[in-house]
Design a protein around this ligand. Structure first.
Ligand SMILES: Nc1nc(=O)c2c([nH]1)NC[C@@H]1CN(c3ccc(C(=O)N[C@@H](CCC(=O)O)C(=O)O)cc3)C=[N+]21
Length: 291
């Protein structure tokens, strides 16, 4: 069993980005500036967005965090987005999801200037991604491709089973891995809540991407020997023995599945840190595009 170490790999990527930032500085060019908008007080969302801001500091990016109250109206949020869209100093920005229920997420994502959409969530960028045209690939799928590449995990001709059809992970991951690209050329099966005979399908998988949000869903009896497993799930389960009161659990029953795996990502320390590194990468690309 080989651990796909997202913590170490993301640290390597951040170091590479930091070097590029130093080059930009030395040349007297503008350095990257990422902004993030967060609405409301959800604890997990605040943790993630703070991690993004901290990562910016670490690589020498400017960052701006805009915190808006839970009661923020859709109109107020659209106004904030309009300001960031025209702010010459901001290279890219994200609107942290999920948003409060009274705000139409699709409307918000469509208001972001596609050239500043470093999350890659705008329909224009999703369309470009689907056509394999240069664009911002959203950070989680991008991070998974990068992790597979850096560990030389072969995907060409392999049967990949993606569990989950979300717009942010399952759907783009299925599209990307089936494309003609360095990490790609796979035969992809996408499974979801209506899939019948799921276990029959996962037992045929060379690579499984678990992105359904059900803690420890994928068990050892659902995978074949020497499988590669990418665990995108990240659920906070109450755990009184932990000082923060919870532990993080992925979509994979890690110990039992790891025993049968060739490669596997842990939670925490797998896909999560890669997501942050690739958001930085997209922001660097957004800045370099203008230089
Ligand atoms: N517009 C938008 N873009 C996102 O990219 C986005 C989002 N909204 N909403 C929420 C999800 C989730 N997400 C994570 C980022 C980092 C970790 C991460 O660093 N996880 C650490 C542990 C962090 C912890 O202690 O909770 C790990 O897995 O090792 C996890 C999850 C980005 N998301």
């Amino acid at each position: 069993m080989i651990l796909l170490d997202g913590k170490k790999t993301s640290a390597d990527i951040k170091e590479e980005i930091a070097l590029e930032v130093r080059d930009l500085k030395d040349l007297g060019k503008k350095t990257p500036h990422l902004a993030a908008i967060i609405v409301g007080n959800d604890g997990a969302s605040i943790t993630y967005v703070n991690a993004k801001v901290k990562a910016c500091e670490r690589v020498g990016f400017e960052s701006t965090l805009i915190r808006l109250p839970e009661e923020t109206t859709e109109e107020d949020l659209l106004n904030e987005i309009a300001i960031l869209n025209v702010d010459k100093d901001i290279d890219g920005f994200i609107v942290q999801l999920p948003l409060p229920k009274h705000i139409d997420e699709q409307k918000i994502l469509m208001a972001v200037d596609p050239d500043k959409d470093v999350d890659g969530f705008h329909p224009t960028n999703v369309g470009k991604m689907a056509l394999n045209l240069p664009t911002f690939i959203s950070a989680t799928p991008f991070g998974i491709l990068e992790l597979l590449e850096r560990y030389n995990v072969e995907t060409s001709g392999k049967h990949v089973v993606v569990l989950g059809r979300s717009h942010i992970v399952g759907s783009p991951m299925s599209i990307l891995l089936s494309q003609k690209r360095k990490v790609g050329n796979a035969t992809v099966t996408m499974c979801h809540s209506r899939t019948k005979n799921l276990k029959e399908i996962t037992l045929q998988a060379d690579i499984i991407v678990a992105a359904i949000g059900i803690p420890e869903f994928l068990k050892a009896d659902m995978v074949k020997d020497n499988v590669t497993v990418i665990d995108v799930g990240i659920t906070r389960l109450a755990d009184p023995s932990k000082k923060n009161g919870f532990r993080l659990v992925g979509d994979v029953a890690f110990d039992e599945v790891a025993a049968k795996s060739e490669f596997i990502t842990p939670v925490p320390g797998g896909v999560g840190p890669m997501t942050i590194a690739m958001l930085l990468k997209n922001t660097l690309l957004a800045c370099q595009r203008k230089n």
